[in-house]
Design a protein around this ligand. Structure first.
Ligand code: DAH
Length: 362
């Protein structure tokens, strides 16, 4: 709408009498005030508060600024009165809005809190879990701790002496061939079994000795469904006066029943290991078919599970145990192998691939 001289704020048509103009102007300001009151009464939250504030007070396009811009269109003598009236209106608007601010802000916060259910459970944080092999390792250690065994924590980088020499496998012994490993130098290697606990415990303790050690072992083996160049073992030794093969059998039977269930049967077959004499390979009744015969046990009803024997007198003597007085037994077992059987896993690599879809099942 084109600006008409003398017209007050809201486009009320100009009449030629100056005094009358002032009356019209004041009426317009009153109208404005009433409009503001209406808008103000409708304020219900921060959003409407802000829109009312901007509508009236915005620097460029607010109602009050827009009205003041019309100042030049009205007669000179009326301008001061009009300007003052507009300033009063602005102050009035500012004060009213200011008064309302705290209430609106509090109401806003209250309604936000009302919409927020503080009792709702938070987003679940998924925690890592203990690896199935580690779980089994701890379970096995626990069984032995409950039987009064000492748990040895031994290094994975082992001396040739403890891994081979003192276990009756001197340099060039053919049995070393089946346990080739990584040699750091002439004396240090990655241990190939946990049997070093036999030597370490006999050096560290006096009979009666009851000791175990569990952990990773390494061999120059392929990585396929049934082999891994790194796997887990447990090795056990008992040295006391009068220990016989019967003690070995009794203890193995109790242990295997605890690990695989009370119905588990066991048998010993002659076997050779340089550090035991006599030595035995130990089978359990097939846990898949309870000994009836199935594909897993190749119809035999038995599954080979560990190696065992009476500690070789030479081994006792090398660790300064009087073999005329003491005897002992020892046995060793693959923990991954137990896991494979217990959980029916058909590929050892699954335990080391760290695929969460697999690991989450334990
Ligand atoms: N150390 C043997 C291996 O890794 C297993 C073993 C056999 C351990 C007979 C023993 C034992 O303690 O008596 O193949």
């Amino acid at each position: 709408m084109p600006a008409t001289p003398g017209v007050a704020v809201f486009g009320v048509p100009r009449t030629p009498v100056s005094g009358y103009e002032v009356v019209r102007m004041n009426e317009s300001i009153d109208t404005l005030r009433q409009e503001f009151e209406q808008d103000f009464a409708a304020i219900s939250d921060m959003e409407t508060w802000k829109s009312v504030r901007d509508r009236y007070l915005a620097r460029d396009s607010g109602v009050i600024t827009t009205a003041l811009k019309k100042l030049r269109d009205i007669p000179k003598e009326d301008r001061p009165a009009f300007g003052q009236a507009m300033n009063r209106l602005r102050t009035f608007v500012e004060e009213r809005l200011q008064e309302k601010f705290a209430a609106v802000r509090d109401a806003d916060l209250a309604s936000k809190l009302q919409k927020t259910d503080v009792t709702r459970p938070g987003f679940p944080i998924s925690l890592g879990a203990v690896h199935p092999i580690k779980q089994l390792q701890k379970e096995i250690e626990q069984i032995f701790v409950s039987m009064g065994f000492q748990v040895f924590d031994l290094p994975e980088i082992e001396k040739d002496y403890y891994n081979f020499e003192a276990l009756n496998m001197p340099r060039n012994h053919p049995a070393r061939d089946a346990q080739d490993t990584f040699y750091f130098d002439q004396t240090n290697l990655l241990r190939t079994h946990c049997s070093a606990v036999q030597v370490h415990s006999m050096e560290a303790m006096k009979p009666p000795i009851r000791a175990i050690s569990t952990g990773k072992v390494y061999r120059r083996d392929p990585f396929d469904a049934t082999h891994s160049p790194m796997f887990y073992q447990v090795d056990v030794i008992v040295v006391e006066e009068g220990i016989t093969m019967g003690d070995l059998k009794g203890m193995l039977d109790a242990f295997l029943k605890r690990l695989f269930g009370p119905g588990t049967l066991m048998r010993l077959r002659p076997g050779f290991f340089p550090f035991v004499e006599p030595g035995a390979e130990v089978d359990i009744s097939c846990i898949f078919c309870s000994g009836r015969g199935c594909a897993k046990c190749k119809q035999s009803g038995w599954i080979e599970i560990l190696g065992a024997g009476m500690v070789h007198p030479k081994v006792l003597r090398m660790s300064n145990i009087d073999d005329s007085r003491y005897s002992g037994f020892a046995w060793g077992m693959g923990i991954d192998r137990v896991a494979i059987l217990k959980y029916g896993v058909d590929d050892i690599r699954l335990f080391f691939d760290n695929d969460l879809r697999f690991l989450r099942q334990f």
